[in-house]
Design a protein around this ligand. Structure first.
Ligand code: ZN
Length: 132
C-alpha cells in the first residue's frame, strides 16, 4: 500500500523539522482524491512509533480538488470520481480540475521544555555526608 510510504515520509519530515525535540502534534494537509482520515492517521501513528513523534496528535486537513465548468460556470469540490469527468450540474465535459493531489506536512508542534539532562547534577548539596 502506498499509504505506508506516504506516512513514513510525513513522519521523516516531522522528525527532521523537530531537530531532536519531542513532537506533540502533526498537522497534515491532504489534497486531491478523498481519503479515509482514519487510515491516514493510523498509518502516521504506526510510522511514528519509536521516534520523537511517537506521541504526536495527528491533525488532518482535507482539501479536495475543485472542478470548474466552462459551460455553466459551476465551481465546486470534487467529491467523487465522476465529477472529474463531467460537470455534476450540466453534464458538460469542458471542465477544469484545480488543486493539488498531494500530501503535505503543514506544521508540527514540539515540546519546548528543555530536557532535564541540561541541569547541572552537582547543584544539589547533601547535608548528610558532612558528619562522616
Ligand atoms: Zn457545468
Amino acid at each position: 500500500m502506498h499509504e505506508t510510504g506516504l506516512s513514513q515520509a510525513i513522519v521523516d519530515a516531522a522528525v527532521r523539522r523537530a531537530a531532536g525535540r519531542r513532537v506533540t502534534g502533526l498537522r497534515v494537509r491532504i489534497g486531491g482524491h478523498p481519503v479515509d482520515p482514519g487510515v491516514v492517521t493510523q498509518g502516521i501513528q504506526l510510522a511514528a512509533a519509536g521516534t520523537v513523534a511517537a506521541d504526536a496528535a495527528v491533525d488532518l486537513v482535507l482539501e479536495p480538488m475543485t472542478v470548474a465548468c466552462h459551460d455553466c460556470g459551476r465551481r465546486g469540490p470534487v467529491d467523487d470520481h465522476l465529477a472529474m469527468v463531467a460537470c455534476p450540474q450540466c453534464g458538460g465535459v469542458d471542465i477544469e480540475v484545480t488543486g493539488t493531489d498531494d500530501v503535505v506536512l503543514e506544521s508540527i508542534t514540539v515540546d519546548v521544555v528543555e530536557p532535564p539532562a541540561l541541569v547541572p547534577a552537582a547543584a544539589s548539596h547533601d547535608p548528610g555526608s558532612a558528619d562522616a
